[in-house]
Each structure stands twice: as structure tokens, then as C-alpha cells.
Design a protein around this ligand. Structure first.
Ligand SMILES: C[S@@+](CC[C@H](N)C(=O)[O-])C[C@H]1O[C@@H](n2cnc3c(N)ncnc32)[C@H](O)[C@@H]1O
Length: 555
């Protein structure tokens, strides 16, 4: 995890199914071309605290350009800032996030300023310059000067000979004609900084709340924490924060919201797993599913494992944590390790152990087929460069007198697998689950305030594609639930096509399924009966957008 996240974006990347960079990221900016940075060492650990604004603008423009071409914004920013001083990397992150949050307006202004569209990188730099000029606190001459200097640092082949003049002229024109370029009657995309189809759809489906939803989605999300109940819970986390002089509010049963975001490495107890970063709306999942000791639970789409960890913090249960993406499955293990939660050995696997030896797991069963060769814990261990995984069956050497007695049989923890939840034949052992969490892949339209790039990656037709995948997953997983068991269907979407519609269609076809609408959650007096949490800045219920439906299977 990067250590240079800005206060705005201190949280590690949340679970988000937004698209991968298309064709990989571009080469890093050539900071050595900058006249200012030529004379200074701007690498981390050097005495230089900040690169020139022109350098920061180049890095932000590269990241914005890549984001518009399909890259994850966070990944792009990390890529272009890893050699920058921490303060500059933070400034780049803030500039790139701010520009992404107002890209509807910036692209509208660009359309007015430019006779023909500039090459994408020059257009991204212009958008960043305009974003800086829109902010009335910024000194206009410095912004224009540094943005023009930044043009001269763009990689060869991007900036044509007159590009600096073009940038200078268009930024000055923006300053002169600002009011005419930002009239009150802007088109929806520019006015609400969401794609036009998105605005139309939210207006249709949430007629009373649509403007509040769009506004809340453009907010900077606060840093919300989940306290680990096994390590002292909310009381202990609160005590540690108070001792460090960090302002916070307690929210719900396990939640704490910091007054000021900060890099996660600075949060007391984060490294030891006392707290994890998780939105308050996401914290509802484990509470709704209500795991009980001794139960066998399936977390079907689990990476990066926030909800898996919460389930295990709540009860001594066995959680099968699946994710189709082996790389993301290994992140589940990292997160469980940090939270001091045990991994159960996979069938047929040999796991590394704390004292450098190995633990032989039980003989191979059908579960073994779930793993590709790259997805075993040992392989993930190597990839992640970790020393060892905490294993519930962490058997000490019996010939070492310093070691305690042999650990009794494993009875709770996570079995992490890289597997397709929609293909149970490839991983399921035939024993039904007591509870299933289906946190299905979705549009991520509820978590825009944390991932504003989702706005510019999604297309209208994607919503129907996600609905189809969600319907398929719930159909495939229902038979794995024991009679009397409970399935929690969840998405981080605000579109009913991915929530209410998927569940209604499913319930209507399955007489053994009952939708439990009268759910009460401790700490949530206004829990919505339709299970749809909408993104809100309300102090009492501060959260992202989620949809939850609790389904019970008749005996
Ligand atoms: C919304 S995220 C899950 C977030 C996670 N539950 C958490 O709280 O940290 C959806 C995940 O589903 C995974 N996924 C998508 N299709 C899948 C499938 N067919 N089987 C298993 N996992 C899948 C994606 O790789 C992604 O990590």
C-alpha cells in the first residue's frame, strides 16, 4: 500500500469492480526535464519537501489522461507519483481527484475553449489548469505560468511547437470569460458533474432525492473505521484515538469516523489490526448476516476481504472466502493477517508457518480444484512478500521446548479461494452453508465519493450486464444454502436494476425463499425498509450507497 495517500484519499482502495487500465499504464513523467527539478533531488527521503507545481501538474495530467482512457485513478496516481516527495504526491492526488469530480464541467469548458480537441494529455493538462483557476483561492498568474511550463515538460510527441502558446491563450481566455463559459443553464453533465445518462436515471428512480444523491456522491468521503471486536472493539479504538489527540465520532456498533482523514499508517492500531478502513454502510453487511459461532458461512465475492474480516471478528465461524481474481484473493489474506484473523489450511495444501516450517493440511478433496496454481496461499505469500500467514492450525515444533503445546483442531477462520462463485462444481464440497453473503460485482454507483472515476468508466449498457451477472450468481448459490439458512444479497449500487429488481425476480421464482424486509439494525434507527442505503452526508447516517436484501430459505 502506498504511504503517500492524501488526506482525501487515505483509505486503501475499497472493493470496486471498475475497469482495469487499458493496455497498462503509460511510462512515468520525466521529471528531469523540469528546469526546477533539474536542480533538486525530489526523491522520497531527500531534503526537498515539494516539487514545482509544474511537475505536479504533469503527473496529475498523466493520471487524469490514463483514468479517462480506462485506468483506475488510484493506480494511475501511484504510478506517476512514486518518485515524488510525499507532499507533492499528495498534491497530485488532490488535483487529480478534484478534476475527476468536476470533469463534466471541465470537459464542457474545454469544448468551448478549443476549436478542435487537443491530444488527450494536453486536454487533461488544460482541464487541470482550469480546475485550479475555478478555485478562487489560487493565484491566477502562478497557475497560468506553471501550467504553461508543464506543457514544455510533456513527453515528446505530445506537445506541438505552439502548444505552450495554446495553453497560455486558452487559460487566459477562461479567466476573462469565466462567467460566460459557466452560465447558469449548463447541460446536465456539466451542471451535476455526472454523465448525462446517469443524471437522467437517478432522477427517474429517486425523484425525491436525486439532487441530494448526486451532490453527496461528489463529496470527499470521510475516513471511516471498523473496530476489531476481538481486539477491544470500539472502546479500545476510541481510547487509542483519544490518546493520540485524533478527533472522531463513534458510529453504530463497530464504527468510528475521523474528523480529519489521514494516511492509514498514522492511525493508532491500524498496523496491529485494531481498526480497518470500511465505510459505515459496508459495515452493515456482517451485522445483517449475523454470523453465529460454529457456523459454516460462504462469502462468495470476498476480495479485498473487508466483510470477511468483519464476520470473523464477530463470531468463531468458518468462512469460505471466494474471489474469482487470484490477485485480489491474495489481498484478502493480507487483510486477514493484519486483523490477526486465522486462515484455515486449504485441502491438499502445505502452508508456511510462523517458525519457518510447514503445516500439512488434510488430504486433497474436491476443494483443491478450486485453486489455480497461482492462487495457493503459498504462491500468494511469495507474491505479497510476506513472511508467513497466521494459520489456525499453526502447529509448533513439538521438539522445541520453547513452543507451547500443539494447537488443538482448527475450529474457526477463513478458507480463502480463488474461484468462480457461479461454478460451485469446481470448488464446493457438497456441504450446505448456514449463511451466504453474496456481495455481487456491480456498477459501484454507490461509492462514487470514494471512487469518482467510476463515473467516467461506466456506460448505460453496463447496468444490464451487471444485473445479468447478479441474477446468475444468486441462482447458482441458492442451492448451497441449507434449509433454514440465510443469504444476504448486497451491492454497492444505487440503481434498482441491480438491487430490488434482481431480488424481486429471484423471489418470485423461488417459493422456498422469503425476503425478510422487517430487519432492524442496532445503531440504525432509520434503517430503510427497502434495504437501499443512498449515499448521504447526513451526520447521523454518514455512508456510501448500498443495497441489502436478507433472504431466508424455508425448511
Ligand atoms: C463488491 S466486490 C466485493 C467486496 C468485498 N465483499 C469486501 O467487502 O471487501 C466484488 C468482488 O467480486 C469478485 N467477483 C466477480 N465475479 C465473481 C465470481 N463469479 N466469483 C467470485 N468472485 C467474483 C470481484 O473480483 C470483486 O473482488
Amino acid at each position: 500500500m502506498s504511504t503517500d495517500k492524501s488526506p482525501d484519499q487515505a483509505a486503501p482502495a475499497a472493493a470496486t469492480p471498475i475497469s482495469r487500465p487499458r493496455g497498462g499504464l503509460r511510462p512515468a513523467a520525466r521529471f528531469q526535464k523540469s528546469p526546477s527539478s533539474k536542480q533538486r533531488d525530489v526523491r522520497p527521503g531527500s531534503t526537498v519537501l515539494r516539487a514545482a507545481l509544474a511537475d505536479e501538474l504533469v503527473a496529475a495530467a498523466l493520471a487524469l489522461r490514463d483514468m479517462l482512457e480506462g485506468a483506475h485513478l488510484d493506480e494511475a496516481i501511484d504510478h506517476y507519483t512514486h518518485e515524488m516527495p510525499v507532499a507533492s504526491a499528495r498534491a497530485v492526488r488532490n488535483m487529480a481527484y478534484d478534476a475527476t469530480r468536476q470533469y463534466g464541467l471541465l470537459s464542457h469548458i474545454g469544448g468551448q475553449l478549443n476549436r478542435k480537441p487537443p491530444v488527450p494529455l494536453l486536454g487533461a493538462l488544460q482541464a487541470l489548469g482550469v480546475a485550479q483557476l475555478i478555485d478562487a483561492r489560487r493565484p491566477v498568474p502562478v497557475i497560468i505560468d506553471q501550467t504553461v511550463r508543464a506543457v514544455n515538460q510533456l513527453p515528446e510527441g505530445v506537445a506541438y511547437p505552439a502548444a505552450a502558446g495554446f495553453m497560455n491563450a486558452t487559460l487566459r481566455r477562461f479567466v476573462r470569460e469565466r462567467d460566460a463559459l459557466i452560465p447558469p443553464n449548463l447541460p446536465d453533465e456539466a451542471r451535476y458533474n455526472h454523465p448525462g445518462w446517469w443524471v437522467t436515471r437517478v432522477r427517474q428512480v429517486w425523484p425525491g432525492q436525486w439532487e441530494a444523491i448526486l451532490a453527496a456522491s461528489l463529496d470527499r468521503a470521510p475516513l471511516s473505521l471498523r473496530a476489531n471486536r476481538r481486539l477491544g472493539g470500539q472502546d479500545e479504538a476510541a481510547r487509542r484515538l483519544e490518546a493520540a489527540g485524533i478527533g472522531f465520532r463513534r458510529m453504530g456498533v463497530d464504527g468510528l469516523v475521523l474528523e480529519q482523514p489521514m494516511p492509514v499508517e498514522h492511525i493508532p492500531g491500524f498496523a496491529e489490526g485494531l481498526v480497518s478502513v470500511q465505510d459505515l454502510g459496508a459495515q452493515c453487511a456482517a451485522q445483517l448476516l449475523d454470523p453465529q459461532p460454529g457456523e459454516r458461512i460462504l462469502d462468495a465475492c470476498a476480495a479485498p476481504g473487508g466483510k470477511t474480516a468483519h464476520l470473523l471478528e464477530m463470531a468463531d465461524c468458518e468462512v469460505w472466502a471466494l474471489d474469482i481474481d487470484p490477485g485480489r484473493a491474495s489481498i484478502i489474506m493480507n487483510n486477514l493477517q493484519r486483523s490477526r484473523l486465522p486462515l484455515l489450511p486449504q485441502s491438499g495444501q502445505t502452508l508456511p508457518r510462523g517458525n519457518g516450517g510447514t503445516v500439512d493440511a488434510e488430504p486433497a478433496t474436491t476443494v483443491r480444484a478450486a485453486f489455480g496454481t497461482d492462487a495457493t496461499m503459498a504462491a500468494s505469500d511469495r507474491a505479497a512478500g510476506q513472511g508467513h500467514w497466521p494459520v489456525a492450525a499453526d502447529v509448533p515444533d513439538t521438539d522445541d521446548p520453547a513452543q507451547p503445546a500443539v494447537t488443538p483442531a482448527v475450529h474457526w477462520g477463513a478458507r480463502v479461494m480463488a474461484a468462480d462463485a457461479a461454478d460451485p462444481d469446481s470448488w464446493w464440497d457438497g456441504q450446505r452453508f448456514d449463511r451466504i453473503l453474496l456481495d455481487a460485482p456491480c456498477s459501484a454507483s454507490g461509492i462514487v465519493r470514494r471512487h469518482p472515476d467510476v463515473l467516467w468508466h461506466r456506460q448505460r449498457r453496463d447496468i444490464a450486464t451487471f444485473s445479468g451477472t447478479q441474477a446468475r450468481l444468486i441462482e447458482k448459490l441458492w442451492p448451497l444454502l441449507r434449509p433454514g439458512g440465510t443469504l444476504l444479497y448486497a451491492t454497492c449500487s444505487i440503481f434498482p436494476e441491480e438491487g430490488e429488481a434482481v431480488v424481486s425476480a429471484f423471489v418470485s421464482k423461488h417459493p422456498d425463499c422469503q425476503w425478510q424486509r422487517d430487519v432492524r439494525l442496532t445503531g440504525w434507527p432509520g434503517w430503510p425498509r427497502n434495504g437501499q442505503l443512498l449515499p448521504t452526508r447526513d451526520d447521523r447516517h454518514e455512508h456510501d450507497g448500498f443495497f441489502y436484501a436478507l433472504l431466508s430459505r424455508h425448511r
